[in-house]
Ligand binder design. Structure first.
Ligand code: AMP
Length: 279
């Protein structure tokens, strides 16, 4: 595995792949790697000749500076995991390389950026679009591997790719969960034992939502989840919505033809966790 931290090394590394017409698969991450990230890498390795993983904690997508500072950083462990996973290249850019000058670009994702994560974390998706567009411009991969855990992020990045007229193909990988069914997340490392135990209710509630959908109205299910969370002392609900998978707009009633997704964001202590389930 080769480590790359300059644009020159990146072009040299990619040039050989391009010359020998090898397909390039790219997995962008913010590090603090776990089995969720590794599953993306495994899928990438199956589908592409060359696998490149980036680790960059992107400051422009954090609307809360404290959250950026608290974000876990475990580079030595990450490098060991990537080597074991058989990654070809790990790209470790510094901020100057990604943003040689402050990125003033403002993307327009319409409603997609005003709902859910967009509404609750203003500017977050603009920052995601800034970093992803820069990484795509530098790496020019054939395929981009993303996790369904960040459901709305996938939709935003698909829209970004359309706007950039980039030929890259998006591959969405299923959410990997731990033994307690909690969606794996770098942020889980910030949970105390007590907070972790509380967090394991999230997947239980989402499974319940799926069952309730056959008998109850959307409004009743929402009320039920809101009541359940209000009872937990160290949890605070940021949002819980049941939305159309195509538009991500909240739905009022279930339909036979359109697929719905339940999405949740909860603070467990100071740690904000998100999860979703297709219904
Ligand atoms: P992050 O490092 O959190 O920015 O995530 C990098 C990529 O890994 C994103 O495409 C995420 O959606 C994906 N990812 C994060 N957690 C999981 C998980 N538990 N299962 C599958 N993919 C994940």
């Amino acid at each position: 595995m080769k480590q790359i931290s300059t644009e020159k090394d990146l072009s040299t590394a990619l040039a050989s792949s391009i010359k020998s017409k090898k397909t390039i698969g790219f997995v962008p991450t913010m590090g603090a790697l776990h089995r969720g990230h590794i599953s993306l890498i495994e899928t990438c390795k199956k589908q592409c000749d060359t696998t490149i993983v980036s680790i960059f904690v992107n400051p422009t997508q954090f609307n809360d500076k404290k959250d950026f500072e608290r974000y876990p950083r475990t580079i030595d462990n990450d490098l060991a995991l990537l080597k074991k996973a058989g990654v070809d290249f790990v790209f470790l850019p510094n901020e100057k390389l990604i943003y040689p000058k402050p990125d003033k670009r403002k993307f327009n994702f319409g409603k997609l950026d005003q709902l859910l994560e967009g509404k609750h974390r203003p500017g977050h998706f603009n920052g995601v679009a800034q970093v992803v567009s820069r990484l795509l411009e530098m790496i020019k991969p054939d395929k981009l591997f993303l996790g369904q855990k960040d459901f709305q992020q996938v939709m935003v990045i698909r829209e970004l790719i359309k706007q950039l007229k980039s030929p890259v193909k998006v591959v969405v990988c299923p959410t990997v969960r731990d033994d307690e069914n909690l969606a794996m997340s770098s942020r889980n490392a910030n949970l105390s034992d007590e907070e972790y135990d509380e967090a394991t209710f999230i997947p239980i509630w989402l499974e319940e939502v799926k069952k309730l959908a056959t008998r109850y109205k959307v409004s009743q299910i929402k009320a039920r989840i809101e009541t359940l969370i209000a009872r937990r002392e160290i949890m605070k609900l940021d949002y819980f919505e049941i939305c159309d998978t195509e538009t991500l707009e909240p739905i009022k009633e279930f339909s036979e033809t359109d697929q719905a997704v339940a999405l949740i964001a909860v603070f467990v202590g100071k740690t904000r966790l998100i999860d979703n389930v297709l219904m």
